[in-house]
Ligand binder design. Structure first.
Ligand code: C2E
Ligand code: MG
Ligand code: MG
Length: 556
């Protein structure tokens, strides 16, 4: 087929040069060979001079009349990258030898076709170099090329684009070693790739991020694979590791107009980013709402520095209560944004600030404002309770975190025992090591440490046994809800969490306590501290202050 194209090119060239007989224009390879009285043409290709010497090449028979024949002309061409093409032209035995003109014409055809063949092969090599990354994965350029081709041929209809990121792959690397991690990733990719049809492509776009396009009918199967598949990481033993991914999906609508590849890339990437946010679904489908969200995110990130400077963020205090005595035992500082006279809840801005490092500035601001309040209460002679402040995971890599926290507390002249730092679980071993270091350092300076939201995410026994904590805050999802089939299961889990905390000598507090029935479960489990709407919502500072002097909550 390629050869036909080459010969056509040659014919065009002949036409342009208007050299030989115009009657051959429009002829096929066989017409051309017949016209030139050729019995057979073969071509052989070698990737290197060494392959040529060893006879390791690929041969193609270009034309063959089947007659008995002998080689009459042989030509050899070496390219810039030392690949070799050899072409042989045969004349039928007993046929009249070619005259000078005929030989010249045949040579011209040969030279032209060989140059074209070599150029095509060279293109093939450069394609390989430019469409694969250093680890042998198809790359983004390949994906975009494929996308454009599908678009030109009107074949985007019925397709879906997917961007996915492997979950906790750094953890896989740490646990298995880099080499085994690389093998596992390659096998995960190859298995998926080999299961796709010819119209589909799967490419790696850096690190553990992939992008693919496939037919809509394959979507369920692909998502099933991405939800978790065992991948071999040791070829000798066949040992496998589970790999899963979070994915952004864009179902390409019928009649979709692709103005640039970014029209699809932007959509799958923003859906995939959303899928990576903790607590979101692992698969997020792109919709127009996401574009609006993206604008909102940028807007909040832009507003943040000035809002912080103008002190628009307020500290609300949610009381912690002893369920046996009704006494106020502590409080959690929770942030509220007073924007244009309205209160904005943390769920509307904290996850956005957590995407960057802005959250760290907010946490230091909150700690500073809590310390100012405590200092004032101390100066006013009020009785004080310990206040816990949330610190995002984003701080974990900060080697000066401890120094910074202590500096803020000391600057406000607040005794360390009045402050507790709430930290959440981590996902990677590196973070885990940092968490241990930070929690240990805090305790060393007399600042309390609490593990927040225990029970959701990645809590493990290792987390609570190896990191020095003072307090275990059991997440509200562990509390039984009325009319819930899982009510008794939850109560059992809650009881276990409390007994583990006790055995480890940790204080235990239940978050999100809303009903007297839940208080009963706390009491049965031996957990005497609660925080929740049943007692109080997070309160503005003035309302909270009023409860500092011996306020008693109702006992349920
Ligand atoms: P969190 O640290 O787990 O805080 C507890 C959340 O549970 C608070 O939500 C609180 O209002 C809510 N809550 C308390 N009692 C109940 C209840 O009885 N029922 C229910 N359904 N919810 C209850 P809030 O104030 O909206 O804060 C949400 C999250 O935002 C916090 O969860 C924390 O992760 C984050 N956050 C808030 N302020 C800060 C901050 O200053 N820094 C950081 N890094 N994160 C913060
Ligand atoms: Mg908290
Ligand atoms: Mg919590």
């Amino acid at each position: 087929m390629e050869y036909y194209i080459l010969v056509e090119e040659y014919l065009k060239k002949l036409n342009k040069m208007s050299v030989p007989d115009p009657m051959i224009i429009g002829a096929s390879v066989s017409d051309l060979c017949r016209f030139l009285r050729i019995a057979k043409v073969t071509a052989r290709f070698y990737d290197s001079l060494r392959d040529e010497a060893m006879g390791n090449g690929r041969a193609t028979c270009v034309y063959d009349t089947g007659q008995e024949c002998t080689i009459a002309i042989s030509d050899r061409l070496t390219t810039e990258v030392n690949s070799v093409a050899v072409c042989e032209v045969y004349i039928a035995n007993g046929d009249e030898p070619w005259d000078y003109n005929e030989r010249e014409r045949i040579m011209l055809v040969l030279k032209t076709t060989m140059t074209y063949i070599s150029r095509l092969r060279l293109k093939h090599v450069t394609d390989i170099l430019s469409f694969y990354d250093a680890d042998g994965y198809h790359n983004l350029r390949y994906f975009i090329g494929h996308l454009e081709k599908l678009d030109q041929e009107d074949r985007l209809t019925g397709k879906v684009a997917i961007h996915f990121n492997l979950k906790h792959f750094s953890l896989v690397n740490q646990q298995l070693g880099r080499e085994a991690g690389t093998t596992a990733m390659k096998n995960y990719y190859n298995t998926l790739k080999n299961s796709l049809d010819k119209e589909s492509v799967l490419c790696r776009v850096g690190g553990d991020n992939f992008v693919m396009i496939c037919s809509r009918t394959e979507l369920d199967r692909v998502l099933n694979y991405l939800a978790g598949a065992a991948s071999i990481y040791d070829r000798d033993t066949g040992e496998r590791v589970m790999i899963s991914a979070c994915a952004g999906v864009f179902i390409i609508p019928d009649g979709f107009e692709l103005n640039s590849p970014g029209d699809i890339m932007d959509k799958v990437i923003s859906a995939s980013q959303s899928a990576r946010i903790p607590n979101n679904d692992d698969v997020v489908y792109f919709n127009e709402v996401m574009i609006a969200n993206k604008e909102r995110i940028v807007h909040i990130q832009q507003l943040f520095p000035a809002a912080l400077k103008n002190e628009e963020f307020l500290v609300y205090y949610q009381p912690k209560v002893n369920i046996e005595t009704g006494e106020l035992t502590g409080a959690e500082a929770l942030c509220r944004w007073l924007r244009k006279g309205e209160i904005v809840q943390p769920s509307d801005f904290i996850p956005i600030l957590e995407q960057g490092s802005e959250i760290c500035r907010l946490d230091f601001y909150m700690l500073d404002h809590v310390c100012r309040d405590i200092r004032r209460w101390l100066n006013e002679g009020r009785s004080i309770v310990k206040v816990s402040v949330n610190f995002s995971r984003r701080h974990m890599a900060d080697v000066d975190l401890l120094k910074h926290i202590v500096e803020i507390i000391d600057r406000n002249n607040v005794p360390h025992r009045y402050i507790e730092v709430e930290l959440t679980e981590t996902t990677t071993d590196v973070e885990f090591r940092d968490l241990k270091r930070v929690a240990g350092g805090l305790q060393h300076t007399g600042i309390g440490t609490a593990v927040d939201d225990f029970g959701i995410g990645y809590s493990s026994l290792k987390l609570i046994t190896e990191v020095p904590w003072n307090v275990l805050k059991v997440d509200k999802s562990f509390l039984p809800i009325e009319d819930d089939d899982e009510m008794s299961n939850r109560a059992i889990m809650f009881r276990h969490a409390v007994s583990i905390a006790r055995e480890l000598g940790l204080e235990c507090i239940a978050e999100g306590v809303e009903t007297p029935q839940q208080v009963a479960v706390l009491r049965e489990s031996g957990c005497s501290s609660a925080q929740g709407f049943l007692f109080d919502k997070p309160l503005p500072v003035a309302e909270f202050e009023a409860k500092l002097s011996g306020y008693k909550y109702m006992i349920y």
